[in-house]
Design a protein around this ligand. Structure first.
Ligand code: PHE
Length: 322
């Protein structure tokens, strides 16, 4: 067992499994978002929480934050859409479980939750970041961190950090993906974009991006593939069909397992570890809420991801992939 503490409770109000995995507090309070989505069973939610919380420990440390890693998963039955009352109950239950950890762990938004949900969790515990009246939505900070990371990737792979004219295939147009596509369009990058939700096509096209299917996007011949949806997309089945020169994006746990990194290396595809690339959101929240930073100061800290990733890609900083 590598985790300090794992709490699994059936929500008193909602009846849903609430899972909080505290991986490590050795550097400080564990932080990590609250994921609320469908799973085949609660054990699948537990597996996700264990892997994601482990990644958060490394993410916080690599971002230079005095924090450890944790994660919350509210494991909904697959395909279940919550009404407002059920959602509120699930969030209050989540707040109660986090309150029981007495500050060892603080949560934030993740897949399936946002700042308004953090306000509800805050009715039960103060250990929550990104409330609407605090630092709010971290996704723009996450996207800014991805841009910084892409500069490091392009400098390493193509000899220039300039993103103008470079081609990117952005897989996923959610909270982070939408900000990212806007920022990359402003930098005059060439963009291919996909999402499982076809209604987002107009959003992509408004930024001058070319809309494709997720399959085409994954295998597109581009400079950099940018995974911005759920993890696990890099597998022994998908790596052989990739046609990108590099991969760097904000999705958590992109590799299905550490050995897949070796397959990417064999194909000459540069892989930027997502624990470095995706840290902009936590940096934004922590700098503003705990260190009293201004948004401009937070942005400067987020931009340091370029430097950190440069050190990783040049072999001066070791990152263990999981
Ligand atoms: N979802 C964020 C991440 O994976 C988690 C987070 C954001 C936690 C902001 C706290 C504050 O990095």
């Amino acid at each position: 067992m590598n985790h300090e503490r794992i709490v699994i409770e059936r929500g008193r109000r909602s009846g849903f499994p609430i899972i909080v995995a505290v991986h490590s507090t050795s550097r400080g309070q564990a932080i990590g978002g609250c994921r609320m989505k469908g799973y085949a069973g609660w054990r699948d939610g537990l597996a996700d929480a264990l892997r994601l919380s482990t990644a958060m420990t490394a993410k916080s440390a690599l971002a230079g934050l005095p924090h450890g890693g944790g994660k919350t998963v509210v494991a909904l039955p697959a395909g279940r859409i919550l009404d407002a009352g059920e959602r509120r109950d699930a969030l209050l239950d989540t707040g109660d479980v986090i309150a029981g950890l007495n500050g060892a762990y603080a949560t934030g938004p993740d897949v399936g939750t946002g700042p308004a949900d953090m306000d509800v969790i805050a009715e039960r515990t103060p250990h929550v970041f990104c409330r609407t009246d605090k630092s709010g939505d971290p996704s723009e900070g996450t996207a800014a961190g991805v841009v910084a990371a892409l500069r490091a990737v392009c400098a390493h792979r193509f000899g220039s950090a300039d993103l103008a004219g470079r081609s990117f295939a952005v897989l996923g147009l959610g909270h982070v993906g939408a900000h990212l596509v806007r920022m990359l369009a402003e930098l005059h990058a060439k963009l291919l974009v996909s999402d499982i939700n076809p209604a987002l096509r107009t959003v992509a096209e408004a930024h001058g991006a070319t809309w494709t299917s997720p399959d085409e996007c994954l295998t597109a011949e581009v400079d950099v593939l940018v995974p911005a949806a759920l993890g696990g997309l890099l597998t022994p089945a998908t790596v052989p069909v990739l046609r990108c020169a590099a991969i760097a994006g904000p999705a958590n746990n992109q590799l299905d397992g550490p050995s897949t990194a070796g397959l990417l290396r064999d194909r000459g595809i540069l892989f930027a570890p997502d624990i470095v690339v995706s840290a902009g959101g936590i940096i934004h929240a922590i700098e503003i809420e705990l260190h009293g930073a201004t948004p401009a100061q937070a942005t400067r800290r987020i931009d340091s991801i370029e430097d950190t990733l440069g050190k990783v890609l040049n072999g001066h900083l070791a990152v263990s992939l999981q």
